[in-house]
Design a protein around this ligand. Structure first.
Ligand code: C2E
Ligand code: CA
Ligand code: CA
Ligand code: CA
Length: 279
């Protein structure tokens, strides 16, 4: 849709102006939000299906506007990537997520891993190895407590350069997981060679697993292939008890989704955990 829009701009200038203006306003808004510390992280629990225990959280960024309104990442991540602002934003996310994981540890919460989403732009334009090392050191967090979520698109981009960066990250001791798995093209054998630790089954296959036999078959196949390659598997978008039960039956290791909890501000996690453990 974007490409088509671009072609029509030549013939229809008002649309170009409007769209370009919107982009510019969004970039200005993002730059200011970064300066004024208006970004916040929400955290969504990840559950070990065999034991039911909370084992990790995924950090998901939001923009909190002055009027209190919350902007979801779907509204600004693409613009942050196009403008390069994702590099400083991504660095902030890494630092904040590691610092928060350390705070929970000091509060006596059970050992958690914190998962952070990375954009391909951070690999291309940032010094990711340095950002990750710095975030871990400054927080005093053990590398094993940090998980980096990558999409398969990162790997297609510039394979040699990416593989090298992944190896170095991996050598730090952090955990690497492939987000939205099943929507890209990489083979499991290839991922295994890259020293990936974990697959995150895309929510589009998980959401209706209890109602759609095709989705169920795909999820089962991914779990069994991953397990035979000794990879961890997590399902996201688990919205119902039935879905959770099926995934447990198929020996999926972990699950994440509204059935357990929605993403929440950091200060809500201890209270949520108390309720969850007591139920
Ligand atoms: P994602 O990494 O695939 O994150 C999962 C998204 O699914 C989140 O949306 C989460 O709130 C939502 N979700 C979780 N459980 C359920 C469920 O049971 N049902 C449904 N329908 N949805 C569920 P969110 O927070 O709006 O994030 C959207 C996307 O924005 C993320 O998709 C990720 O690609 C990107 N994103 C978020 N934070 C960051 C970040 O710090 N850096 C980068 N580069 N991207 C980020
Ligand atoms: Ca974990
Ligand atoms: Ca993710
Ligand atoms: Ca995902």
């Amino acid at each position: 849709a974007k490409a088509a829009g671009r072609d029509t701009w030549r013939f229809y200038t008002p649309a170009m102006n409007e769209q370009a203006l919107e982009q510019l306003q969004l970039r200005t808004l993002l730059r200011r939000a970064l300066e004024q510390r208006q970004f916040v992280l929400y955290y969504q629990p990840q559950i070990d299906l065999a034991s039911g225990a909370l084992v990790g959280v995924e950090a998901l960024v939001r923009l909190q506007r002055e009027d209190g309104a919350i902007m979801a990442p779907g509204q600004f991540i693409a613009a942050a990537e196009d403008s390069g602002l994702i590099v400083p934003l991504g660095e902030w996310v890494l630092r904040e997520a590691c610092a928060q994981a350390m705070r929970w540890q000091q509060q006596g919460l059970p050992a958690l891993t914190v998962a952070v989403n990375l954009s391909a732009v951070q690999f291309r334009r940032g010094d990711l190895l340095h950002s990750v090392t710095q975030a871990l050191t400054d927080a005093g967090l053990a590398p094993q407590r940090l998980e980096l979520e990558l999409t398969e698109s990162i790997l297609i981009d510039d394979a040699e350069q990416m593989i090298d960066q992944l190896r170095r990250l991996k050598a730090l001791g952090v955990c690497l997981s492939i987000d939205d798995f099943g929507t890209g093209y990489s083979s499991l054998a290839y991922l295994k060679r890259l020293a990936v630790d974990k697959l995150k089954i895309d929510q589009s296959f998980v959401r209706d697993i209890a109602g759609d036999p095709d989705d169920a078959a795909i999820v089962r196949a991914i779990i069994s292939m991953a397990r035979s390659l000794k990879l961890q598997v997590i399902a996201e978008g688990v919205e119902t008890a039935d879905a959770a039960t099926l995934l447990r039956m198929h020996q999926c290791h972990e699950a994440q989704g509204w059935h357990f909890a929605r993403p929440m501000p950091a200060q809500d996690l201890p209270g949520w955990l108390e309720q969850y453990q007591g139920r």
